[in-house]
Design a protein around this ligand. Structure first.
Ligand SMILES: O=C(O)CCC(=O)C(=O)O
Ligand SMILES: [Fe+2]
Length: 272
């Protein structure tokens, strides 16, 4: 896949890949795969807990045709005044902390791995506007049978009014991570197309509306078929991607966040 140069390694090897994310930012590589961030037994236990919502996560929905739900709130879909968003954030943070206690904490297991492959740069949730706490660092997502996400570029989210405050804090392209907690029986894969935003962006906007889109059949593509416990980091701001429809009754559970460098240059912000 010349259009999607990918570096893959195990979480135990992060110390040997300290430049992976600077290479991703420079477009020298387009994706990073970190395997065994959580063991399959840890993922099974996490999924059993979140299926029962044992940590009482606050929930929101994707647009109905996507047949998916969030724990936490996707900034892209938040009401622009962000009142409901920041009212939910502390409860989400508490639930995520409780879920991650047996696994050493979300920061220690996930954010620290990104720091390690980004020259030690700190990773964390952006501070909210005055009077509010931080943004939600991620969302947990369940994609049900038939669920999908249509093709899009993540940079487009940033034109939304709900991004107005965050936009003042970040610089450069959005990139993202997807941690697979359970995979679908079939489908439910992150698929990337050989289409760069410069040429194609305007044709794929309005991802929550059912508008006709260009035919993708002629594009080279790659679907990441990864095991539970694997993280895929993608230069998703400028690369066309989608989630293929989930086939079968097993839900696809993920944690997924968007990231960008802080304008102050002192770290990388991560939000759901
Ligand atoms: O779940 C995935 O694999 C990707 C999700 C995604 O592209 C998004 O939410 O913007
Ligand atoms: Fe995306």
């Amino acid at each position: 896949m010349t259009f999607l140069r990918t570096v893959a390694f195990d979480r135990a090897e992060v110390a040997s890949h300290g430049t992976a994310l600077s290479r991703l930012r420079a477009d020298d590589i387009q994706a990073v795969v970190i395997r065994n961030v959580f063991t399959s037994a840890e993922c099974a236990s996490i999924v059993a807990e979140i299926e029962a919502n044992a940590q009482d996560f606050p929930t929101t929905s994707f647009p109905a045709p996507f047949r998916s739900h969030f724990y936490g709130m996707n900034l892209n879909l938040a009401d622009p005044d962000l009142e409901a968003y920041f009212a939910m954030a502390p409860r989400f943070a508490k639930s995520l902390a409780a879920l991650m206690v047996p696994h050493g904490g979300f920061d220690a297991r996930v954010m620290a791995a990104f720091s390690a492959i980004d020259g030690g740069r700190p990773y964390g949730a952006p501070p909210g506007p005055p009077g509010a706490g931080p943004y939600m660092v991620t969302t947990l997502r369940s994609h049900h049978e038939g669920g999908y996400i249509p093709p899009h570029f993540d940079n487009e989210q940033r034109m939304r009014p709900s991004y107005r405050h965050l936009e003042s804090l970040i610089a450069g392209d959005t990139f993202s991570f997807v941690l697979t907690l359970s995979k679908a029986e079939r489908g439910g894969m992150l698929e990337v197309f050989e289409a760069q935003s410069e040429a194609w962006s305007s044709r794929f906007q309005n991802r929550d509306r059912a508008a006709p889109k260009p035919d993708l059949s002629g594009f080279a593509r790659h679907a990441f078929d990864v095991e539970a416990g694997t993280i895929v980091l993608l230069r998703s701001g400028r690369m066309l991607h989608r989630v293929t429809p989930v086939v079968g009754g097993t839900k696809r559970w993920t944690a997924c966040s968007f990231m960008a460098a802080s304008r102050a240059g002192d770290g990388v912000y991560c939000w759901g």
